[in-house]
Design a protein around this ligand. Structure first.
Ligand SMILES: NC(=O)c1ccc[n+]([C@@H]2O[C@H](COP(=O)([O-])OP(=O)(O)OC[C@H]3O[C@@H](n4cnc5c(N)ncnc54)[C@H](OP(=O)(O)O)[C@@H]3O)[C@@H](O)[C@H]2O)c1
Length: 231
């Protein structure tokens, strides 16, 4: 399945672990991929790992509405209108249980793992909504559905992120854009994996990237399924 060279895909969080899997798979299919990050060093490392003209990187802070809009405007100025967005934002976290959770840590995790999704949707969905063939994909993890002691904020933001997409799907019903969540239910083994023991059934980055590139392709076999899971 192809996502041709004439398509532009933004991978927000593309310099992170899960996002890079998507970046790699899309580049292999000849797609133009735009990746923002707060970290110029992470962007440089990403370009070094994936040399070639398909990847464009954008230093910018997606931590504010203005920051996301600036990144969007820079991408559109360079490549024209965007065809698809992948939200690979946030990440794992372990710490004290809810009873001992510091208020500032709670608010920081809400912002990183949940408000970031709202800002991204706000910046990109209005233009995507009526663009033929457009796709908007959010990544999620096992904690959205499974209470994990010490990772309460990740569980709550994952569940809320899923409900945000379900509401968006209702609000945008009948419009052109196709929405999906891909919940990745195991850790992902990538070049960033350290020497912790991995279980044989854990997903590898190429499996995750290939699947999400398939989801983005015009001939994806499950276009009406909002919530998708891997494996
Ligand atoms: N890694 C795994 O093994 C795994 C397994 C299953 C599911 N997942 C899912 O994959 C998704 C991403 O997780 P990850 O492990 O790839 O995390 P990650 O490596 O920490 O990367 C997360 C990315 O999100 C961006 N980000 C964080 N806070 C942000 C903010 N406030 N505003 C804008 N961007 C922000 C970061 O951008 P910067 O580059 O600017 O820091 C970073 O590139 C999550 O939904 C997670 O549940 C991951």
């Amino acid at each position: 399945m192809g996502m041709g060279t004439d398509r532009v895909v933004v991978v927000a969080g593309g310099a992170g672990v899960a996002g890079e899997c998507v970046v790699e798979a899309l580049l292999a299919r000849g797609t133009t991929v735009a990746v923002p990050s707060r970290s110029p060093a992470r962007l440089a490392a990403l370009r070094a790992a994936h040399p070639g003209p398909g990847l464009s990187t954008y230093p910018g802070d997606m931590g504010s509405a203005d920051g996301v809009r600036r990144v969007r405007d820079a991408i559109v100025a360079e490549h024209g209108e965007v065809d698809a967005v992948v939200a690979a934002l946030g990440g794992w976290g372990e710490g004290p249980g809810f009873a001992d959770l510091d208020d500032s840590v709670w608010h920081e995790l809400l912002d990183t793992n949940l408000s970031s999704h709202l800002r991204l949707a706000h910046a990109f969905l209005p233009a995507l909504a009526d663009r033929p063939g457009s796709v908007y994909v959010t990544l999620n993890g096992i904690a959205a559905d499974k209470p994990v002691p010490g990772s309460g904020p990740i569980c709550v933001t994952g569940a809320a992120q899923r409900m945000m997409l379900r509401v968006l799907a209702e609000e945008l019903a009948g419009r052109a854009v196709r929405l999906h969540e891909v919940a990745i239910l195991t850790p992902i083994i990538t070049r960033h994996w350290d020497d912790r023991p991995a279980k044989p059934d854990w997903l590898h980055g190429t499996q995750v990237g290939t699947y999400i590139a398939d989801v983005l392709a015009p001939d994806f076999s499950n276009p009406d399924h909002l919530l998708l899971t891997l494996p």
